[in-house]
Ligand binder design. Structure first.
Ligand SMILES: Cc1ncc(C[n+]2csc(CCOP(=O)(O)OP(=O)(O)O)c2C)c(N)n1
Ligand SMILES: [Mg+2]
Length: 367
């Protein structure tokens, strides 16, 4: 066998449509209906403002730790916008805006991060898995769901989100391998936000792109400007359509930036420079999309302002409902209700133990 190069079936592409200055590549502009473009814009604003509000609530001690999405609105919303409601979304822990887009209400996020089990309830008919704190492990659940959908001959696609850090986990590689071998209808969306807590992207992988990891598993890989909602949507649409048509999985690397803290328990000033954050602020996903929509005649300065006001009002309403809800009664036993379809005996035992303890406490309080 002579020495020669192997022809790989896929190449790694890059995609950018609306650049950081708001300059559009007309030849690549997706033909999206006006109402979808406006829904996406509103969802990006809502995601950003709700994130800001949650940060204040956390600093006031009214909710616990959470992971802000600031800067990553386009990379998550552009991706989920390509899904149908019956498809599945399998998030990590930084996809608040995508969860809301997919039908979870903001009140449930406040409940969850406030430590109430009621916040873990995913409304019936909403095909989202709960958030996953272990880095990368949920990519396996996503592939399992997709494999099951294919086995049952259902036309569902599964989209899973994870970070640059997760690509160093064994689980991620097992998920990619299984998905490719069994042509599971999965879209792997890596939000490369350049940091995994204090570990920079350069220390995470020696590969020049994360997208090229797709090649080893023989699936298409694409590196998109994750702050360009049009590019993210286009890549996600192609991947979702391919998966639905039986063409197997795709890996999408969304190149973006975590503008805020890793979680509210983190201080990024200890490991990254303000100048880096300032550079990325110029590539803000919202500013360029707003400029595009104004140039397209879909937004004016007045409608930009009225969307801001509507969003602030929505958030105030959610917060008021949440405040009322946490006055109670709330039930700690709810923690057993939403993890299993049927509780295993060991968990049933724990549930009974907690129920007995709560009865005892109530008895004491009543006496
Ligand atoms: C298996 C596992 N290891 C370590 C952690 C602690 N941890 C939480 S988030 C995180 C970094 C994740 O980085 P990345 O995948 O890039 O996602 P990002 O937080 O940037 O969205 C780490 C190490 C964890 N939750 N799970
Ligand atoms: Mg990261």
């Amino acid at each position: 066998m002579p020495r020669k190069e192997i022809d790989l079936p896929h190449r790694v592409e890059t995609l950018s449509i609306l650049d950081e200055n708001g300059v559009l590549d007309k030849s690549l502009e997706p033909d999206l209906p006006d109402d979808l473009l406006l829904r996406l814009y509103r969802a990006m604003i809502l995601g950003r403002r709700f994130d800001e509000r949650m940060l204040i609530l956390q600093r006031q001690g009214r909710i616990g730790t959470f992971a802000p999405i600031k800067g990553q609105e386009a990379s998550q919303l552009g991706a989920v916008a390509a899904l149908k409601p019956e498809d599945w979304m399998v998030p990590s822990f930084r996809e608040g805006a995508a969860q809301v887009w997919r039908g979870q209400d903001m009140e449930s996020l406040l409940l969850l991060f406030g430590g109430y089990n009621e916040g873990g309830v995913i409304p019936p008919g909403v095909n989202n898995l709960p958030i996953s704190i272990p880095v990368g492990s949920h990519t396996l659940h996503a592939v399992g769901l997709a494999y099951a959908a294919r086995y049952r001959k259902q036309e569902q696609v599964v989209m899973t989100f994870f970070g640059d850090g997760a690509t160093s986990e064994g689980d991620f590689h097992e998920a990619m391998n299984f998905a490719a071998v069994f042509r599971a209808p999965v879209v792997f969306v890596c939000q490369n936000n350049h940091w995994a807590i204090s570990i920079p992207r350069s220390r995470q992988s020696h590969s020049s792109t994360l997208a090229q990891k797709a090649l080893a598993y023989d699936m298409p890989g694409i590196m998109v400007d994750g702050n360009d909602v049009l590019a993210v949507y286009t890549a996600a649409r192609e991947a979702v359509d391919r998966a639905r048509a039986g063409g197997g999985p795709t890996f999408i690397e969304c190149v973006t930036y975590r503008m805020s803290v890793h979680t509210t328990a983190d201080d990024p000033k200890r490991y990254r420079k303000d100048e880096e954050v300032e550079e990325w602020a110029k590539r803000d996903p919202i500013l360029r999309f707003q400029k595009y929509l104004i140039e397209k005649g879909l937004l004016t300065e007045e409608t930009v302002q009225s969307i801001e006001e509507q969003v602030q009002n929505d958030i105030k309403g959610v917060e008021a409902r949440w405040e009322k809800r946490i006055q109670g009664p709330l039930d700690p036993l709810k923690m057993f209700d939403h993890a299993y379809a049927e509780l295993p005996p060991s968990v049933l035992e724990q549930k009974a133990e907690l129920a007995a303890e709560l009865r005892e406490q109530q008895g004491k309080a009543g006496s």
